[in-house]
Design a protein. Sequence first.
Length: 293
Amino acid sequence: MLDAHRLAVLAEVAHAGSIAAAAQRLAFTPSAVSQQLAKLERDVGARLLHRHPRGVTLTPAGEELLVHAEAIVGELRAAERTVSALLDEELTVGTFASAGMTLVPAALAGFRRDHPGVALRLLDLEPPDGYGLVSSRDLDLLITHRYPGAPLPDPRGLQRTLLRSERFRLILPKGHAKADARRLTLRALAGEDWISGSPGVPNRACLEQLADAAGVRVRVAYETRDYQVILALVEAGLGIAFVPESVLERVGSERIEVRDAADARPAREIFVVHHRRPGRLVTEMVARLSRPR
């Protein structure tokens, strides 16, 4: 029978991306973590990790075992929480940055008012990260997203529910020469400097997909995945960008121009992810997040 502790170490190394980082989180030495992994590999009869200078990646056998390891660790933590809930309660939520700025604060504040004795934790996680942390019960609830054309991760037996769809708006510097055009298109904006994430980041992949559909190439002059930085760069007159509508709520119209592109109207889907049998605290938090804003 496989050792549950060693499976937990495997899950921690997979989430941390390196033996050293996992050792720090577990309060072990790297040597102790390596020894536990070596024993697990002997128990399984297969190599579970590829070691690289910058960290580790899982072998196919390791990937398959990780799914079971996360489930087992999750069940053990669920048992611990069932007992600890008799004495105290806690709720851990994972969210991506822009939702953490716009969607989550009001829900957490209302929850805090109604449940002052519950310990609340919030973790910053950029999609698609976080699914394994829900499986292993490191997270009670995950708020995540999908951009147009991006695949959805395997939910691994978890419950995933669409929370809302959020459109993107085109923003330009105040007084931009094309801001008053009756019809703006990506083709008309092809020569502009764009602000978006680096290659592979969801908002960059979305922008490139829209440009391909319009038959144009866009030039990304400034790379950042932080929408607050994007807003600041647009305000400074350095370029144009697509941003989620929610991040514009605190920006006055005197600072930027907000338009829609006639040939590109992207939207992203926002989901909540939790176990199939959520506790009452998770159920209440999902209900708060689902309320119209």
